[in-house]
Design a binder for this molecule. Structure first.
Ligand SMILES: CC(C)(COP(=O)(O)OP(=O)(O)OC[C@H]1O[C@@H](n2cnc3c(N)ncnc32)[C@H](O)[C@@H]1OP(=O)(O)O)[C@@H](O)C(=O)NCCC(=O)NCCS
Length: 379
């Protein structure tokens, strides 16, 4: 593939729409939601404040935040039919389950056929509450536990951990989850958000557009990378000596294999989200009494930087962060969706509000036109 064809194939640097939601400067490593720098949000915001910001383009007042918290808490109670369906699913892949169950939620939504802006917004809130419960309950069932009813007094991050483990989470874990959810909430026209917007631009319903996003997030070049990172760290081995880490990574690079969690289409510098996840991975490791996964991750980062001039992306340090929190690897990408549902729905609502069908063109490279028709007996 020529460089030009490669860029075209990936729609590299193509501006496909205008949006008020996410500001991204890949050269300076800047990410901001509606003008608010991601570093400020990671330090100060809760996920609920972040959701409000993405949906309304401004931070909420105390009363508005309280209202949203109540709406999300109500939405975290899953329909009984969805819990029954969850038990029936044969697949043990968390993203497959999430895709099917999110689609099924559309059947039980009281406003499924109402496409008004007000109903679409309420569905965005509902889906955000529901996805957290879906993933937490699914994760718990995979470990042999039964569903845990949400506690409406808890915030979104705390409730997620509570429904996943059945235990009241400690404040450090809650804050780590809150920050992780905030960091993953939106990222401009990433592949899954673009997929969701393309779907929404046909004026299909919000559940269908979100399912398009979930299916796209699953891929290892996108959200699936965080699970791949942890599988790689485990493959290297928690007690691996430095030589083994080096040989493993250099071997992969020599075979032209990609190192999961590195590289980015937009950033030519450190992904600002990785900065916070690196700190979290280290702090949680120290609290747990072992920084082995963090140390290994730092060593891999140094090699990949030196050899390929590639920086870690959001998925690299989220892997060791979640692992140290005791979260099953199969839930890493679904947790990405628990957060990104806020960005997907913000973009879907924006698309609905100012819609035009998204329908690009392709360079035709097939057999020359026109081909003569040959009947089946003559082929
Ligand atoms: C994110 C990603 C898909 C961006 O893809 P892209 O913009 O199309 O970039 P390319 O895949 O064309 O990579 C450009 C070059 O960097 C190399 N490269 C990119 N990411 C790499 C990685 N993680 N490990 C090793 N090499 C990598 C490619 O091999 C290619 O090298 P070449 O020019 O010598 O062929 C890509 O970096 C990747 O696959 N990363 C690993 C998966 C991942 O972490 N995804 C999560 C993204 S948030």
């Amino acid at each position: 593939m020529t460089a030009d064809a490669k860029a075209k194939a990936g729609l590299e640097d193509v501006v496909a729409t205008s949006s008020r939601i996410c500001y991204l400067d890949g050269d300076q490593g800047v990410l901001a939601y509606c003008g608010h720098d991601i570093h400020d949000l990671a330090r100060h915001a809760t996920f609920e404040e972040t959701c409000y910001l993405l949906w309304h383009a401004r931070l909420p007042t105390r009363a508005e935040l309280g209202d949203l918290q109540s709406q999300l808490a109500a939405a975290r109670v899953l329909p009984e039919a969805i819990l029954r369906l969850m038990k029936m699913l044969p697949s043990s892949d968390g993203m497959d389950a999430l895709r099917t169950l999110t689609s099924a939620l559309g059947h039980y939504d009281p406003e499924a056929s109402d496409a008004s802006a007000q109903a679409s917004y309420r569905k965005a809130v509902r889906l955000t509450g529901q996805l957290a419960s879906l993933v937490a309950t699914w994760g718990r069932m995979q470990q042999g536990g039964g569903p845990v009813a949400p506690d409406p007094a808890m915030g979104h991050a705390a409730s997620f951990l509570y429904m996943l483990t059945g235990e009241r989470p400690d404040p450090t874990a809650v804050r780590a989850m809150d920050v992780a959810l905030t960091l993953h909430a939106d990222h401009e026209l990433n592949a899954s958000t673009f997929a969701a917007r393309v779907a929404a631009a046909t004026l299909t319903d919000i559940h269908s557009a979100v399912v398009a996003g979930i299916g796209t997030l699953k891929g290892p070049l996108h959200g699936g990378a965080n699970a791949e990172v942890m599988k790689m760290l485990i493959d290297i081995g928690e007690d691996a000596p430095p030589e083994r880490i080096d040989a493993y990574v250099r071997g992969k690079l020599a075979r032209k294999e990609k190192i999961p969690g590195f590289g980015h289409r937009v950033y030519n510098t450190e992904d600002p989200r990785a900065t916070h996840l690196r700190q979290m991975s280290k702090a949680l490791g120290q609290q747990a009494g072992s920084t082995a996964w963090f140390d290994m991750s730092e060593r891999i980062e140094a090699i990949v930087k030196a050899e390929k001039k590639l920086y870690p992306n959001v998925d690299f340090y989220s892997a060791s962060t979640y692992y140290t929190m005791g979260i099953a690897i199969d839930l890493y990408t679904p947790i990405f969706a628990v957060s990104r549902i806020s960005g997907w729905t913000a973009h879907i609502l924006e698309q609905y509000a100012n819609n035009r069908l998204i329908r690009p063109r392709a360079d035709y490279t097939g057999p020359a036109y026109p081909q003569a028709w040959v009947g089946v007996e003559g082929r």
